[in-house]
Design a protein around this ligand. Structure first.
Ligand code: NAP
Ligand code: G4F
Length: 415
């Protein structure tokens, strides 16, 4: 059986990829960062302590960091993986404007350190580089493998460097290296500071009476949003081909941030209208389904645009041209935008102990994502949500420290 090493195993994609590879019979090793709090929430449900179940564990975790080249070399040498999935990165575009040097160090140079660790160790794994549609930046849509890159953020510039390093190690040393140029992909495990999850989580908080308003930036940017579990399967598929190559992965559709907000609210029966212009715009409740009229009323301001969430340079439109993956890898996305919205809202309601409409969860089940082992808790908050549902939501303001923190996190710190 094959052995895989994953950087970024604690992230959204790392967790789904781990489940997928374990389901394929792989032994999986992952690099985790030392943290003063637990940072393995997304993979705890598949981790068995190797000391407790000696001989049966298939998932092994190692402390490490993309800033530590010696350790990376040691890990590659000792683990001798057949496949390396390099997903670790400072992955937040807005944050990369605040931390450009750190982003370059981890997202760009971290890739070089890992590639050098592979070269110096003498081990020859197949290598997956988590490249990004953000690299297309200002290039007009639809974007494909031949579209010239026009990066618009320190993150995109760092990813572009990493992209070319993977190409260079393929050309110079014959490494089986693939760039997956993935468009935005989301899930109930998406980090809470990315747009989709920020919105669906805020909606669930509003419906449980914990939050009144979500503060957002540019409502008019458009993204090609897909479903993360489908995209990690593509990472694996790229490494199973006869020849290494680079592939664009997306849905081919594009939707605006504004649409995402409207559709998330509409799914639970809340209709919004917009007032004001650009940096002063507000999303206001026009009508509310009777189920939620004890927490939200017509006229409530549920979305407030704040200038601080705008980026110095924005990527206006991303839309994938997926001709190559269709033709070469025979792939077609099965979860498209509207089902993605439903899936994310369903789970955030569940995580809040509220009964979801359930159409999104039904889609997941119908499509047979049997290798996904939904953690029996809120992947980000540690709450045993399945035990708590349903509870009665009430209209009230934060009254405990935990609720205050939840508001601060969603309103002020989240980018
Ligand atoms: P994510 O949830 O933000 O996960 C990032 C992972 O990188 C986490 O496990 C994080 O560890 C780890 N990491 C950060 N800094 C590190 C360091 N210095 N050393 C070692 N590990 C470090 O990202 P994702 O959404 O799963 O995305 C996976 C990869 O695909 C990233 O490289 C991202 O840039 C790229 N990508 C994502 C998308 C998308 O739409 N999701 C699209 C295109 C490309 P902690 O948990 O300790 O923070
Ligand atoms: O969810 P986002 O932060 O994702 P973004 O910037 O597109 O980057 C994600 O996708 C990339 C692939 O294209 C990945 F490489 C990257 O690692 C990451 O996963 O923002 C989406 C859009 C942007 O246009 C942003 O300006 O939403 C807009 N937006 C509006 N208000 C907001 C907000 N984004 C965030 N995070 N927070 C807001 O309040």
């Amino acid at each position: 059986m094959k052995t895989a090493l994953i950087t970024g195993i604690t992230g959204q994609d790392g967790s789904y990829l781990t489940e997928f590879l374990l389901a394929q019979g792989y032994t999986v090793h992952g690099i985790i960062r030392r943290s003063s709090v637990f940072n393995t929430n997304r993979i705890d449900h598949v981790y068995k302590d190797p000391n407790a179940v000696n001989g049966h564990a298939q998932l092994f975790l190692h402390y490490g960091d993309l800033s530590d080249p010696g350790l990376l070399t040691e890990l590659i040498y000792n683990i001798r993986p057949d496949e390396v999935y390099h997903l670790g990165a400072q992955s937040h575009v807005r944050v990369s404007f605040d931390m450009p040097e750190y982003t370059g160090n981890i997202t760009a140079m971290g890739t070089t350190r890992l590639l050098e660790a592979i070269r110096r160790s003498g081990v020859r794994p197949r290598f997956y580089q988590a490249s990004s549609s953000e690299m297309f930046g200002a290039a007009p849509p639809p974007q494909n493998e031949r579209t010239p890159f026009a990066p618009q953020s320190p993150y995109a510039v760092a990813k572009l460097y990493a992209y070319w390093m993977a190409c260079n190690y393929r050309d110079a040393y014959g490494l089986f290296a693939c760039n997956g140029i993935l468009f935005n992909h989301e899930s109930p495990r998406r980090g809470e500071t990315f747009l989709t999850r920020k919105v669906t989580r805020a909606l669930a908080f509003m419906l449980s009476g914990k939050q009144r308003t979500v503060y957002l930036g540019n409502l008019d940017a458009r993204r090609d949003w897909g479903y993360a579990p489908e995209y990690v399967q593509m990472m694996w598929l790229m490494l199973q081909q006869d020849q290494p190559d680079d592939y664009v992965v997306g849905t081919g559709q594009t939707h605006s941030v504004r649409e995402f907000v409207e559709d998330a609210f509409a799914y639970v029966g809340i209709e919004l209208e917009w007032r004001g212009a650009r940096e002063h715009e507000q999303g206001i409740v026009r009508s509310v389904a009777s189920r939620w009229d004890h927490v939200l009323r017509p006229g409530d301001v549920v979305v407030q645009v704040l200038p601080k969430y705008f980026r110095p340079t924005e990527v206006d439109v991303l839309q994938a041209d997926i001709t190559k993956v269709r033709q070469r890898l025979h792939w077609e996305p099965r979860v498209l935008y509207h089902d993605l919205v439903r899936i994310m809202v369903d789970y955030d309601l569940l995580f809040e102990g509220l009964e979801p409409p359930g159409e999104g969860i039904a889609v997941e089940q119908t499509l047979g994502y049997t290798w996904i082992q939904q953690p029996p808790y809120n992947v980000t908050g540690g709450l045993d949500s399945y035990q708590r549902m349903p509870i009665k939501a009430e209209r009230r303001l934060a009254s405990t420290v935990a609720e205050l923190l939840a508001q601060v996190e969603s309103d002020d710190l989240v980018e």
